[in-house]
Design a protein around this ligand. Structure first.
Ligand SMILES: [Zn+2]
Ligand SMILES: [Zn+2]
Length: 111
């Protein structure tokens, strides 16, 4: 369906160790517009995690809608692992078809 741009993205991401204005979301590989940048702790802060990734607010919400802090800490503590989670992968595939600043309406079940 969509065009694959992950190779280009990977090259850009390697060079982007320091925060930049035009950050790319490592989950959906799209630029993050102003006001849509969330910091996600790969290992939850309450578990002592310090490393963060800049994600779209929408992508970040999806992670926490699908996974508990325990699952994040023990299994999904890298972007690669997050992308193996079927509900997250389905969301990412879908959100790539939307505008970069698209923010779906969420109805949080638990938090
Ligand atoms: Zn988070
Ligand atoms: Zn994203």
């Amino acid at each position: 369906m969509g065009k694959i741009k992950s190779k280009l993205f990977a090259a850009q991401f390697d060079a982007a160790c320091t925060p930049k204005a035009d950050a790319l979301c490592p989950l959906c590989e799209r630029p993050i517009p102003d006001g849509h940048l969330d910091k996600h702790h790969l290992i939850p802060r309450v578990k002592g995690g310090k490393e963060t990734e800049a994600l779209h607010t929408a992508c970040h919400r999806q992670i926490h809608a699908v996974l508990s802090n325990r699952e994040l800490e023990t299994r999904y503590n890298t972007v690669e692992a997050l992308l193996t989670q079927p509900d997250i992968l389905k969301f990412v595939t879908w959100i790539k078809t939307k505008p970069n600043d698209f923010l779906p309406a969420f109805t949080p079940k638990h938090h």
